[in-house]
Ligand binder design. Structure first.
Ligand code: ATP
Ligand code: MG
Length: 725
């Protein structure tokens, strides 16, 4: 048999790893060193060389996308399908076990899975049945408690309250929730894993069967497994089977979700005769990119320590662009993309990475304008997010009372005591009389069948929408949006409903909608001047939601958060929004452990790049509805200066990287930028004008501009965002 294709394109330690005898192994190696490649080759080797049946193989990766790719790569190596092997995510494989053994697992054959939203709805029903107040026992917090308990392997009877009333109560809710799920034949995400773990633990026949079957268990991205997943692996492996884990402690980025780096440290003790292999050659990135990544991650303490090198050329310098603001950042990225394409590159070679989902909006609208097809991974496109759709529904109903879908969406959202039954009555009435829901609501008292409480609640809802309509008509667009969000109390609603990061993300997105309206009123198309700004904006939102998103396989620019970029690689990578508070995220600023996790996330981002890496930050950023002037991210300062090419010297001295430029005066720099007396400029609000005077330096450098319509004004250069024309 010719095994050369299986090992020829591997280096020595990779080959050692692939050809290990049947034993457990930990492949601990840095980014781009071929871990995933080794894992795939190992599976092919087991089947082709060791002549094992694919049935004896179980491989776990982090996402469905990665699993599909792994399958494809193994089949490409072998030239035949690997039908019998189990390749999937932890949740996917656990689900598969439960489907096959539903009876033993105590589930109905038709059991369904609850997603996060369904889970909350279920918890609410349970709270109602227990007559507990949602304000005191917030469903999101209950969900957090339950999921945490399950991830730790605890059922209600295992939880010790230690006399803490709130734990006693939470545990009681947990138990009732479990009962309700069981009655309804549904399982949540965490339950999939816990239930299948218990199935294998308690059913010795099944346990023996699967242990005899899965002789080889392989795990990619091992650094991000949590306690329950680790226990699941150990149980399935038993004493006999081999577990082949590949991972990188420097890429552990899910600590906030319970992933445990300690799993790597414990691995060699928990699995006997464990081989440890380190891979040190990076095949992905140029020398400069790799050196930047190595230097950055060296700032973390307590690493397992790795030495990563490449014999690739140094390659191009890393570009650093200091944008004036987020719009400038997006335009720069778009221009660089166009250059890449002009030089013969393709769009699918390009990734735009950012820390938080809300950053995607400005890129999306710039790419739409420039007709650059893109695809946003993981996370909805901005205008499709639930909270944005909520706010838009209010605005729609304000502009058009006949919009039944918007009516339905918000009539009891946030909850205002208009129950499903009431809405049903309105629906029936509207349908039989051919009226809109709004009109039906206006006539609700004549329906006869509704309680006075219900009709009172409906009346208050109608008044709220009327009030919004009257109040906002004369105001500028952004204020209209802001006031509607405020009157609807959407932010308070989400803050109460989803404490912590999730709720914060939603309120941030609502603020970002205000920002969107704000910029929209400046760029408003001249081609529809007769449309009310609000209607025009709503149309824009609808159109933009359905546009520009390429299908998989299309040649699109890839946009995603850093978390979703794990394991992937792209010739050209943009890492955007490198500002303190944004990245590292402000929620991590005071916690050294979380700060290190942010740094690992940055390391993940940098190491996605193969040939070119472009970093950007904005000196001023309108995000979540307010303008921030955050200093440049510490992660940039931690990179070796010699590797970085600064594309545009920054205008604001305090935002600069080095001390060297910090004391330079503002005006010569400004002059170099083209801000000199006599220069024509454009201001977003005041329009076109000419610079007539200049004074001050540093942060307070100012210019006087004589505007055509607005007359003469002094403006601070750092804030005014003047465009040179
Ligand atoms: P990450 O930590 O980001 O998941 P990884 O360690 O899994 O990275 P891979 O994705 O397996 O790394 O490999 C990185 C790139 O290097 C891939 O394009 C892979 O095909 C290539 N590569 C790995 N090993 C070799 C080799 N021996 N010869 C040529 N190319 C290689
Ligand atoms: Mg990998």
């Amino acid at each position: 048999m010719d095994i050369s294709p299986l090992i020829n394109d591997l280096n020595k330690p990779q080959r050692d790893a692939v050809g290990l005898p049947a034993q457990s192994a930990l492949i601990l190696a840095g980014a781009g060193s071929g871990k995933t490649r080794v894992l795939v080759h190992r599976i092919a080797w087991l089947i082709e060389v060791e002549q094992l049946s694919p049935f004896s193989i179980l491989a776990v990766t982090f996402t469905n996308k990665a699993a599909a790719e792994m399958r494809g790569r193994i089949q490409a190596l072998l030239g035949v399908p690997i039908g019998g092997a189990w390749v999937g995510t932890f949740h996917g494989l656990a689900h598969r076990l439960l489907r096959m053994h539903w009876r033993e697992a105590g589930l109905p054959q038709t059991f369904q899975i609850l997603d996060a939203e369904d889970q909350i709805r279920m918890i609410k029903r349970v709270l109602r049945a227990l007559e507990l107040d949602e304000a005191l026992w917030q469903p999101r917090q209950v969900a957090y408690f339950i999921n945490n308990a399950k991830d730790a392997g605890s059922r209600p009877q295992h939880i010790e309250d230690k006399g803490d009333f709130s734990i006693t109560q939470m545990t009681r809710i947990y138990a009732a929730y479990e009962e309700a799920c069981q009655r309804n034949g549904v399982v949540d995400f965490a339950e999939l894993l816990l239930r299948s773990l218990e199935l294998l633990r308690d059913n010795l026949e099944l346990q023996a069967h699967y242990r005899a079957r899965f002789r080889h268990i392989l795990v990619d991205e091992f650094q991000d497994t949590n306690a329950l997943q680790y226990a699941w692996l150990r149980l399935l492996a038993g004493e006999q089977n081999s577990v082949f884990a590949v991972g990188d402690d420097d890429q552990s980025i899910y600590g906030w979700r319970g992933a445990k780096i300690e799993n790597i440290r414990n691995f060699t003790q928990d699995f006997k005769n464990c081989a440890v292999i380190r891979l040190e050659q990076n095949y992905r990135s140029t020398g400069n990119i790799l050196q930047a990544a190595n230097t950055l991650i060296a700032h973390n303490r307590g690493r397992m320590g790795k030495n990563l090198w490449t014999d690739d050329a140094e390659g191009e310098l890393i570009q650093l662009y200091a944008a004036y603001n987020e719009g400038d950042e997006a335009r720069y990225v778009a221009a660089q993309i166009e250059q890449w394409l002009a030089k013969g590159g393709t769009r699918s070679e390009i990734a735009v990475l950012y820390r938080s989902n809300a950053q995607s909006r400005v890129f999306e609208s710039t790419f739409n304008e420039r007709r650059i097809p893109y695809r946003v991974y993981g996370g909805l496109r901005f205008f499709e997010r639930a909270e944005i759709k909520d706010a838009l529904a209010y605005l729609r109903l304000v502009t058009n009372r006949l919009d039944d879908a918007s009516f339905e969406r918000i009539v009891n959202h946030p909850p205002r005591g208009i129950g499903e039954r009431t809405v049903d009555a309105l629906r029936i009435y509207a349908r039989s009389t051919g009226k809109s829901l709004w009109e039906a609501a206006q006539e609700s008292e004549q329906l006869g069948e509704l309680s006075s409480r219900a009709t009172g609640a409906i009346k208050r809802f109608l008044q709220l929408i009327e009030l919004m309509g009257n109040d906002i008509a004369p105001l500028p667009l952004a204020e209209q949006v802001e006031i509607v969000i405020e009157l609807a109390a959407l932010k308070e609603h989400f803050k109460a409903k989803e404490p912590g990061e999730a709720g914060q993300a939603r309120t941030d997105n609502l603020d970002e909608l205000i920002t969107a309206a704000h910029s929209y009123s400046y760029v408003r198309q001249e081609d529809m001047p007769e449309m009310e700004p609000l209607s025009a904006f709503l149309a824009h939102a609808t159109l933009e939601a359905g546009e520009g998103q390429g299908e998989q396989g299309d040649d699109c620019v890839q946009m995603m958060t850093l978390h979703s970029a794990k394991g992937l690689e792209f010739p050209l990578v943009f890492l955007c929004g490198l500002e303190e508070g944004l990245f590292p995220h402000q929620m991590s600023a005071d916690d050294p452990a979380r700060l290190e996790e942010e740094r690992r996330l940055c390391y993940v981002g940098i190491t996605r790049a193969e040939r070119q890496l472009i970093l950007t930050y904005a000196e001023q950023r309108l995000l979540h509805g307010s303008t921030r002037f955050n200093p440049i991210s510490r992660f940039i300062r931690e990179l070796p200066e010699g590797l970085i090419h600064e594309v545009r010297p920054k205008v604001k001295a305090y935002a600069s990287r080095g001390v060297a430029t910090a004391s330079k005066s503002m005006l010569p720099q400004a002059a170099a930028e083209g801000y000199r007396v006599g220069q024509r400029v454009r201001h977003a609000k005041f329009g076109e004008g000419v610079i007539t005077n200049a004074e001050g330096s540093g942060q307070s450098a100012r210019v006087q501009v004589s505007f055509r319509k607005e007359g003469s004004k002094w403006l601070v250069l750092g804030y005014a965002n003047l465009e040179i024309i």
